[in-house]
Design a protein around this ligand. Structure first.
Ligand SMILES: Nc1nc2c(ncn2[C@@H]2O[C@H](COP(=O)(O)OP(=O)(O)OP(=O)(O)O)[C@@H](O)[C@H]2O)c(=O)[nH]1
Ligand SMILES: [Mg+2]
Length: 363
């Protein structure tokens, strides 16, 4: 499973800079085309396991970032994102909204002034506007369908009409769809629309180097206003993070220390993306590879098996499970077995973060 995160923002907010920091990439900031990059999810457990199992390779989980490559606002147009931006965003599992806080004379803000609060609101509005347009179009169609509907079709159409009208009213009051109270059935009914405000959102406030000393208080201030269900906010100096991403580990650490950065932005954003998407990792070990697999929280063992291979899901017999911590305490699987810490779990076992799993299956 690939986790796919779309990066969007107003013109000159630092989208490409943040993308380069996240993917250790060097995409040209010239813009125009979309950039796609894969980031390996840092997981210190993999190295520790590799020391025990001496595998041929270590395979971390991956996150795919797409820098849409265009502003979320079409120049000269009051509102509305281009179809290119919408197409890319609607495929994403989560959205990163880059909002500018840095000032730079050489990079004029397209609106004439730096106003982070205004731009956060503008970005949220752009996402909501796209959803409203889809809902309004569908409601018009439903009206037509209802006119010519058979007796048996009417209840279904009416139900959808009621639901969409409710979501529309919420959006118009500024309530994103990720905060709408939906039954499981309703959530399923609207999932096909790929509504943008239904996706988890990470607001990245892109601060300048001169703001780093007050990064913590800035973040607390913005976060207090914008942290909501499935919406988190982080401040990041895109420019510095991009420079950090180009350095080797030792030089990066030194630079990080000199600026008082606790955690590289890359790790921070990946961690928050995982949290937003409700993802955890289970681990597999062996002589060939030690590997992390991202799965949504509350995934059953048999479903998780399907991530490794569909054959394993189909022919699932049992899962041999040990928590990472228990395995590290024992030092080897043989020792863990002796101590009775290797559990046999069935299909419906709920996989936990850090479970080291060996699947028993037949095909
Ligand atoms: N001083 C300063 N400049 C920055 C910072 N972040 C980005 N920039 C600069 O701002 C300009 C725009 O950054 P980009 O990353 O290209 O922004 P973008 O949102 O991708 O821009 P477009 O794709 O053209 O809309 C570049 O010249 C960056 O070097 C920052 O934190 N401080
Ligand atoms: Mg760009």
């Amino acid at each position: 499973m690939g986790v796919d995160i779309g990066i969007v923002g107003l013109a000159k907010s630092g989208k490409t800079t943040v993308f380069n920091a996240l993917t250790r990439g060097s995409a040209s900031i010239e813009g125009g085309e979309a950039h796609v990059g894969i980031t390996k999810v840092p997981d210190p457990r993999l190295e520790k396991l590799a020391a025990i199992f001496k595998p041929q390779r270590i395979v971390p989980a991956e996150v795919k970032y797409t820098d849409i490559g265009a502003s979320a606002k079409v120049p000269g147009k009051e509102k509305g994102m281009s179809s290119q931006v919408l197409a890319l965003l609607s495929k994403a599992d989560a959205i990163i909204s880059v909002v500018r806080a840095f000032s730079a004379e050489s990079v004029p803000h397209p609106e004439g002034s730096v106003d982070t609060e205004r731009d956060i609101a503008a970005m949220n509005f752009e996402l909501a506007f796209s959803d409203l347009a889809i809902i309004e179009k569908r409601l018009e169609r439903l009206e037509d369908s209802l006119n010519g509907a058979k007796h048996t079709e009417r209840p279904g159409f009416l139900k959808e009409q009621e639901l969409l009208a409710r979501l529309k009213a919420g959006l118009e009051k500024g309530i994103p769809l990720r905060e709408a109270q939906l039954t499981a059935e309703e959530a399923k009914a609207v999932s096909g629309y790929q509504f943008l405000t239904a996706k988890p959102l990470l607001i990245v406030v892109n601060i300048g180097e001169e703001q780093l000393s007050k990064a913590v208080s800035l973040e607390a201030e913005f976060a207090s206003r914008h942290t909501r269900p499935k919406c988190l906010l982080v401040t990041l100096c895109g420019k510095l993070e991009m420079e950090l991403a180009e350095l080797d580990a030792a030089a990066a650490q030194e630079m990080q220390d000199s600026y008082g950065i606790k955690e590289p932005g890359l790790n921070l954003v990946i961690g928050l993306s995982y949290e937003l998407l409700g993802l955890i990792s289970f681990l597999t070990v062996g002589a060939d590879e030690v590997r992390a697999w991202p799965i949504p929280k509350s995934t059953e063992a048999v479903k998780a098996a399907g991530k490794v291979h569909t054959d394993i899901e189909r022919g699932f017999i049992r899962a041999e499970v040990i928590s990472y911590d228990d395995l590290m305490k024992c030092g080897s699987l043989a020792e863990a077995k002796k101590k009775g810490l290797l559990r046999l779990e069935g299909k419906s076992y709920i996989v936990q973060d850090g479970d080291v799993i060996n699947y028993l299956f037949n095909v």
